[in-house]
Design a protein around this ligand. Structure first.
Ligand SMILES: Nc1ncnc2c1ncn2[C@@H]1O[C@H](COP(=O)(O)OP(=O)(O)OP(=O)(O)O)[C@@H](O)[C@H]1O
Length: 303
């Protein structure tokens, strides 16, 4: 599978703290990749390294076949970047802003720009500084989508967008990503939105890559397990490898099987809980999976 963006053992630190620690992951062509992680996990740092806005301490990043440190203006013209709170020329009107961006990109699609302006209801004569946060985000998005970048890098793109616009935006991205040459990497705290959008998941925690996997396969190998005991549970018993994020409440024990395979699972249940009939097994949402994986690591590091 082709990759448009790939991190190779990248480490990065600000003064003493490591923001990325030997991180390797990829963004396949034709994919929408979600970059997830708790606050401070290193998501924005990773995206800035990909754009050569920050230099890594070690390792390297390949962007559209080029080392990110050697990107030339031609490569940059093939990448779109929008980040929450990014610097925009606030003194310009939307017309002036888009007019200023247009000549920078030879492949700028004026017809598509018109469609985006209409879809995002952008008032051309209004200065960027007089727009709401959501409207400013839409203007920034229009300014990168209009040149149809091959790689779209979005850092918290949903903040400030109302539910209707989020829906339109997500449909638009899904349409664009049908082209094999296009890929999106999106970092977001909004896991419900990302769940609808992403087909590849990268999870960062404390600067380390925890998961880098196709979303369907990832969800297929995680299961929420619930066991009702005949008696009150005093403490959680030792569990099988891969059973994470265990919690008990009264007679109920819940945990996540992070490497689910039914024969192995049933054998482990018989061995560990011989007195219990078959437990309840449910699929997980991406949000539940995120919480289980991150809290499992928090317990590990607290221990
Ligand atoms: N300019 C900076 N100077 C010093 N430390 C920084 C700087 N920028 C980020 N960090 C630190 O690097 C780590 C990773 O930060 P980063 O912004 O990449 O995380 P993030 O996953 O994007 O977080 P969030 O979800 O909160 O936006 C954090 O510990 C953060 O405090």
């Amino acid at each position: 599978m082709n990759t448009l963006l790939e991190f190779h053992e990248v480490s990065c630190r600000y003064s003493r703290a490591w923001a990325l620690d030997n991180a390797s992951f990829r963004v396949p062509s034709g994919s929408i990749t979600a970059l997830l992680g708790p606050n401070g996990a290193g998501k924005s740092t990773a995206l800035k390294i990909a754009l050569n806005l920050i230099r890594p301490y070690s390792g390297h990043v390949t962007v559209l076949g080029t080392d990110s440190r050697n990107m030339n203006p031609k490569t940059l013209q093939r990448i779109g970047y929008v980040a929450d709170g990014m610097d925009l020329p606030l003194w310009m009107t939307i017309d002036q802003f888009l007019g200023w961006c247009r000549p920078l990109y030879p492949q700028w699609d004026t017809e598509f720009e018109r469609t985006l302006r209409k879809q995002f209801e952008l008032p051309g004569d209004r200065k960027l500084k007089h727009l709401s946060r959501g409207q400013r985000m839409k203007a920034a998005l229009a300014s990168v989508l209009a040149y149809r970048p091959e790689l779209l890098i979005l850092d918290e793109p949903f903040s400030g967008l109302d539910p209707l616009v989020r829906d339109e935006f997500i449909s638009g991205l899904l349409e664009l990503s049908e082209s094999e040459k296009f890929a999106v990497v999106v970092s977001s705290h909004d896991i419900e939105e990302v769940d609808r959008l992403a087909d590849h998941i990268v999870l960062l925690n404390d600067g380390k890559v925890v998961l880098d996997e196709n979303a369907e396969e990832l969800l297929a190998r995680h299961r929420l397990v619930e066991i009702m005991f005949p008696h009150y549970i005093e403490s959680i018993p030792p569990l099988a490898p891969g059973w994470i994020s265990a919690k008990s409440s009264g007679r109920l024990l819940r945990f996540v099987d992070s490497d689910h395979e039914i024969t192995r699972f049933s054998e482990n249940v018989r061995k560990i809980f011989p007195e219990i009939p078959q437990p309840d097994i449910h699929p997980l949402t991406l949000r539940e999976l995120f919480v289980a994986q991150v809290s499992a690591r928090k317990v590990g590091s607290d221990a």
